[in-house]
Design a protein around this ligand. Structure first.
Ligand SMILES: Cc1cc2nc3c(=O)[nH]c(=O)nc-3n(C[C@H](O)[C@H](O)[C@H](O)COP(=O)(O)O)c2cc1C
Length: 460
């Protein structure tokens, strides 16, 4: 069979993920592998329709397609995202329809599930027969058992493609929705921003839906007290290249070559409240938005928006994209912001949207919420533990700036360091071997568990 590998790494042949496919190619010599690098070559694919057609031609001739990609900000990198947009924009669906598909990623498992759900959804939208996804940790390939696991997965994929096994669509098509144009009404009142710096960043370029109108509606409540930037105005020369130069001291290889870092340092970091506005493009926001998030990686694994308020304005079917909502919520948790919420145009009712924008504007500038940061959910807690372990361990010598930050901010909160807890566990585990103690323990456990909290609830 002919297997086309769509490499989603900006590093091309030097990608970690690609090595998994090179290994599989050697182990399954009866098949022909063809490697394409649409992420690395995205500028050419955008400019040169012939080059893009050659990719579609290769896909069209393949029996199986492997989406091989690194995780970038809970999704694929912006360059790969742009490639996917081009497929839809240039009518490339036909080349993909009916092809057997698998996805393989490498990462540190931080929101690998959202990236896989995205690619799975794209495969469904392209009419592909999606067989499965494989999420490897970066260096799994160096371990014998993990190599065996990977080969088993790949073998099953080849087998499914050969047998033309039936597959089910998992992600329903997104609703088209009747065309709706939102026109903001003049606000009933304008709010006093109290000198707060509110920064609105939007990408309203076509197909931008109601993004511009929603931004105008929100800003009108703030009486002009917000600064609005269009992503198209910001000089972003390209997506993150994955060079990891930033790991040592947060210096990006784009420094001085475009306007992104200047914008992030002097506008984003200086704002008190942020509003990010964009339209749904396929199953995420635009690739331009993705580049914005990816390029912020020069700050590596450290939050840069701590304490700010953050609101999202989304034009499009966000209600049908819980994966996208999870990504945007996780971003807020990782960045330690006070999330003000989401406003979408899904209500298709101008008055409802006016009211929601008014409420969002109010919450953005409400002094009562200035110091509030909600407790983290699994998204933030789980993410923290992954980064903590990686930066303490394998990633430390590359991401030295993170290590310094984690030490300074006491983020290495390993339970091993809690000596009282360790001592208590030791004593209790020993005592619980005694049958009489064990019986009494089981009788009293509910009461004892709640006792310390009852004391606080009744006295503090
Ligand atoms: C900009 C950027 C963003 C990243 N975001 C994530 C992420 O969200 N989750 C994760 O687990 N790893 C993340 N990583 C780590 C890469 O996914 C990982 O290093 C991957 O193995 C690189 O594969 P490649 O060499 O094929 O490009 C990120 C790396 C970079 C440079």
């Amino acid at each position: 069979m002919e297997i086309v590998v769509l490499n989603g790494s900006p590093k091309g042949e030097l990608g970690v993920t690609l090595q998994y496919l090179r290994f599989a190619e050697r182990k399954f010599p009866g098949h022909r592998f063809r490697y394409l690098h649409p992420a690395q070559g995205i500028h050419r694919l955008e400019r040169d329709e012939g080059a893009f057609a050659a990719v579609m031609d290769a896909v069209g001739k393949a029996d199986g397609v492997v989406w091989a990609f690194p995780l970038y900000y809970m999704l694929v990198c912006s360059q790969y995202k742009r490639f996917i947009e081009l497929v839809f924009e240039r009518g490339g669906r036909g080349a993909f329809a009916g092809k057997y598909a698998a996805a393989v990623s490498t990462s540190v498992h931080f929101f690998d599930h959202t990236a896989h759900a995205y690619i799975h959804g794209i495969c469904d939208d392209l009419g592909m027969a999606y067989v499965g996804g494989y999420s490897a940790a970066m260096y799994d390939l160096a371990r014998r058992r993990e190599r065996e696991r990977w080969l088993t997965f790949f073998d099953s994929f080849l087998d499914a493609a050969r047998r033309r096994a039936p597959t089910a669509r998992v992600h329903p098509p997104l609703p088209e929705g009747a065309p709706f144009t939102y026109r903001p009404s003049p606000p009933a009142e304008t709010l006093n921003t109290g000198g707060m710096r509110v920064l609105v960043v939007k990408d309203g370029r076509p197909p931008g839906g109601n993004v511009d109108a929603m931004v105008a509606g929100l800003v009108s409540y703030l009486g002009g007290g917000a600064e609005v930037f269009d992503l198209a105005q910001i000089d972003i020369k390209g997506g993150c290249l994955g060079c990891c130069r930033c790991g040592l001291d947060n210096t990006c290889q784009y420094l001085g070559r475009d306007g992104y870092i200047d914008f992030y340092e002097h506008k984003v970091k200086k704002a008190d409240a942020l509003v990010l506005a964009g339209a749904v493009h396929d199953r995420y926001l635009s690739a331009r938005w993705k580049a914005f998030f990816d390029r912020s990686f020069y700050n590596t694994h450290v939050p840069t928006l701590t304490g700010k308020r953050l609101a999202y304005l989304v034009s499009g079917p966000l209600g049908h994209l819980p994966n996208l909502r999870e990504i945007l919520s996780a971003y807020a948790e990782f960045e330690e912001v006070n999330p003000v919420g989401f406003v979408t145009d899904e209500a298709q009712d101008g008055e409802v949207i006016d009211a929601l924008l008014g409420e969002t504007a109010r919450r953005l500038v409400d002094p009562r919420t200035a110091a509030y940061r909600p407790p983290m959910t699994f998204l933030g807690v789980g993410g923290h533990k992954i980064f903590r372990d990686e930066i303490y361990g394998d990633l430390r010598f590359v991401f030295q700036a993170d290590h310094r930050y984690y030490v300074k901010n006491r983020l290495y909160d390993f339970p091993q360091g809690r000596y009282r807890t360790r001592m208590r566990n030791l004593v209790m585990m020993t005592l619980l071997r005694i049958p009489a103690f064990r019986r009494r323990f089981l009788k009293e456990i509910k009461k004892k568990m709640v006792e310390p909290l009852q004391r606080i609830a009744e006295t503090k």
